[in-house]
Design a protein around this ligand. Structure first.
Ligand SMILES: Cc1cc2nc3c(=O)[nH]c(=O)nc-3n(C[C@H](O)[C@H](O)[C@H](O)COP(=O)(O)OP(=O)(O)OC[C@H]3O[C@@H](n4cnc5c(N)ncnc54)[C@H](O)[C@@H]3O)c2cc1C
Length: 377
């Protein structure tokens, strides 16, 4: 029986483990750096039908309906006056079994953990070295060394595995943007609301049936290297309230009084696609490629990637990287275009952007190509 080491108990690693649980010809162990998984945070995640389709194969349908939401539309607003620009009907990409879904990230992790025996996750495990001899020898910070046939790196955007394999080239780059994340309660709109402002945008969406909502804003911010590396800066309450004031000042939504549990973090993206030389080491999820967060595809792609990798191993084929590179290019170009379009600042550009948005949001051919290709893959 082949032994697989999964590095990281995030979305990609846990989904991959769920697939392995249904296929008993492999044994596996998950190594997670943290000492536990946070199952209490209230932040949200959006999952499009491409990943719901895969999640239903591991029983996502059984999740409590009060813990999820099925937004039907994305409504685009001008942040400055909350005037609606247009909307996109997301439900046109749904089918009877698979619907665009939003929920709390912690509920989602809880679901992914349900079928994984607890002894298969080893916490406090920080990978420090990989030796590739007949088999893979993995060394961890606590001095344990273990032997495996395959390594699946699902250790996220700051992937240690990638740094071990590619040194400095494995590091992500700062995306000149900061994310503000928080919770809002008691709104009445159960669709996704996207507010476009100059050099920022924010999204509000429901995460369950209890009128809890996720707030996420991406704000353009140039920082010098010392600021980027200073983790305390992103916890500093003055820094956070200055950012919130900055976007509140340019929008007429009352953000300051309504957002709770606000947190801030710098956004990093991958520099380029990198493929390990060893045929038994695989990168998946954000460790393979991390996109600008303006297409809400990070989690869905992490799930798709894990599924493709699983099929490759099961069928003894080697299509994984070829398929992934193609998909990554498609998602990356859409994420970058969205980001650019959402944050225009010149009033003339904004005027024309809004005309284009109104037109394309109702153009079936465009939507099929831009979203359908990704959602109904
Ligand atoms: C602001 C923002 C908003 C987002 N919103 C959405 C959204 O709405 N929809 C969506 O689809 N995606 C969204 N994403 C992207 C999504 O969260 C990620 O793409 C997704 O979580 C990636 O999953 P992953 O499993 O690759 O990594 P992660 O979920 O980050 O998991 C990585 C795991 O590896 C562990 N780890 C790290 N280093 C080590 C190590 N050395 N050894 C062992 N374990 C390690 C970590 O502790 C973690 O548990 C968003 C991202 C950002 C930044």
């Amino acid at each position: 029986m082949k032994k697989i080491a999964i590095i990281g108990a995030g979305i990609s690693g846990l989904f991959f483990a769920n697939l392995l649980e249904n296929e008993k010809s492999y044994s596996y162990k998950i190594f997670e750096k943290k000492n536990s998984l946070d199952l209490s945070d209230g932040y949200g995640i959006q999952l499009s039908v491409n990943s719901i389709n895969l999640l239903n194969k591991i029983g996502f349908k059984k999740i409590n309906v009060s813990d999820i939401c099925f937004p039907k539309k994305v409504n685009f607003f001008d942040a400055k006056n909350s005037k609606k620009i247009c909307d996109i009907d997301l439900s046109q990409f749904n089918n009877q079994n698979n619907r665009y879904t939003t929920l709390k990230r912690s509920k989602f992790i809880e679901f992914l953990l349900e079928n994984i025996p607890s002894e298969k996750i080893v916490f406090n495990s920080d990978l420090i070295n990989i030796k590739n001899e007949d088999r893979l020898l993995l060394s961890f910070k606590d001095k344990k060394i273990e032997e495996f046939d395959y390594l699946v790196a699902a250790d996220g955007i700051y992937s240690k595995t990638k740094q071990i394999l590619f040194k400095k080239e494995g590091l992500p780059k700062y995306f000149n943007s900061i994310a503000l994340r928080g919770n809002i309660r008691n709104l009445e709109n159960f669709d996704i609301s996207l507010y476009l402002g100059p050099n920022f945008h924010f999204v509000i969406y429901p995460i369950n049936q209890n009128k809890e909502f996720n707030f996420i804003s991406i704000i353009r911010k140039e920082l010098i290297q010392e600021e980027i590396s200073d983790r305390n800066l992103f916890k500093d309450s003055t820094f956070i309230s200055n950012l919130l004031n900055q976007i509140s000042f340019k929008s007429n939504v009352n953000l300051i009084d309504n957002i709770e549990d606000i947190k801030c973090f710098p956004i990093f993206v991958s520099k380029k696609v990198q493929i390990p030389q060893s045929k038994n080491i695989f990168l998946t999820g954000d460790a393979f490629y991390s996109f600008p967060p303006s297409f809400a595809q990070g989690a869905s792609q992490s799930i798709e990637a894990a599924n493709e990798l699983f099929n490759d191993l099961k069928n003894n084929t080697s299509n994984y990287y070829k398929t992934r590179i193609l998909k990554t290019k498609q998602i990356n170009s859409r994420s970058s275009l969205n980001h650019f379009t959402f944050q225009l600042s010149n009033p003339l550009n904004v005027f024309f952007r809004n005309i284009f948005l109104k037109y394309f949001s109702k153009n079936k051919k465009f939507l099929e190509n831009y979203l359908g290709k990704i959602y109904n893959h």
